[in-house]
Design a protein around this ligand. Structure first.
Ligand SMILES: [Zn+2]
Length: 330
């Protein structure tokens, strides 16, 4: 029975993910290895795996106990995952399960011109791409939509919802080879702010389990103000990309992780500098922890690239490397 195997739910402000082993924890970048998280894991392990039995003289008993514990452990993982799925449903459905429209992306079949006209109207990043890059962008949006299920908590769904939310994912990953975020199978859309439980809070976007959830009102408002430094869609996609690449990518070459670790080394220093500034580009939430700092840095990278580069050239440069795109040289 591997003692270092854990089904452990890590929760930050609007992001949570399941770690499946101590090894995964050890591979996290330093910013995510917070003392309180390690403490939670250690107390979880000591509660669930108390001191080892002396097995030298009782190999058969030991094997039986191990087999029993293994079965219990698998059950525990299963129920932890089930609980996680249940939480997503609870979070997403404060009023009635009947009010949710579900669309399978594979059945939506939006045409190239349809996607183009929606993106031209609402997405300024797309408007500024060359015609060749616009074609590539549209193809990626189509692929992304095909791989997701869209759950809309409203009596009416609009084609702009799946198209523009997928476009936000494609925008952030446009420089990367892998852009499907396969860990996330579901996109949940609420008309406006929604409740999340444990702890009870009101959210406009969050990433949990295999879902990316957004308030449509806030998502659209933010895309209509493309240079104010706020964009909840890009913010949540930044969390999702991080979860995808740091925790769910198979072993082997992982360029994102390598570049992210470089980014991670400079962000601590900048957060301390920004905390004492009166005119910081970063709000209080962004400075509260490294996870929020990453997501907010991505918002600023896309919406206020010149300001970000002027204040923090090294940070700007490292985000260019992580995302493999440069907003000031497109
Ligand atoms: Zn966040």
């Amino acid at each position: 029975m591997p003692q270092d195997t854990i089904p452990f739910l890590i929760t930050y402000d609007d992001t949570s993910f399941l770690l499946s082993s101590m090894e995964e924890y050890n591979q996290l970048p330093d910013s995510l290895k917070q003392p309180e998280v390690l403490q939670q894991i250690q107390s979880y392990l000591s509660e669930n795996y108390p001191a080892e039995t002396d097995t030298k003289d009782t190999p058969v008993v030991f094997m039986l106990v191990s087999a029993f514990m293994f079965i219990m452990f698998m059950k525990m993982i299963w129920s932890a995952k089930k609980e996680l799925r249940k939480t997503i449903v609870d979070n997403s459905d404060p009023n009635s399960a009947d009010s949710c429209l579900t669309y399978k992306g594979a059945e939506l079949h939006f045409g190239t011109e349809e996607i183009k006209s929606v993106c031209l109207k609402y997405n300024s990043y797309f408007r500024n791409l060359s015609p060749e890059k616009q074609s590539r962008f549209i193809e990626r949006v189509q692929q992304f939509i095909r791989h997701k299920n869209f759950h809309i908590y409203s009596s009416k769904g609009y084609k702009e919802m799946p198209i523009l939310i997928s476009a936000a994912a494609i925008q952030i990953s446009f420089g990367l080879n892998h852009f499907l975020l396969p860990h996330f199978s579901d996109i949940i859309i609420h008309p406006e702010e929604y409740f999340a439980t444990d702890p009870l809070r009101i959210l406009v976007g969050n990433v949990q389990g295999q879902s990316i959830t957004l308030s449509w009102k806030h998502f659209l408002d933010d895309y209509q103000k493309p240079a104010d430094g706020k964009n909840v869609g890009l913010h949540e996609m930044a969390h999702a990309l991080q979860v995808q690449y740091l925790f769910r990518k198979s072993r082997g070459e992982n360029e994102f992780k390598h570049d992210f670790e470089h980014y991670d080394r400079i962000d601590d220093k900048i957060r301390s500098e920004e905390k004492i500034k009166t005119n910081s580009l970063f709000d209080k939430n962004a400075l509260s922890n490294q996870n929020e700092f990453w997501a907010t840095s991505v918002e600023l990278f896309f919406e206020k690239p010149a300001d970000l580069k002027q204040d923090h050239p090294a940070l700007y440069e490292s985000i260019c490397n992580v995302l493999n795109q440069d907003m000031l040289h497109r």
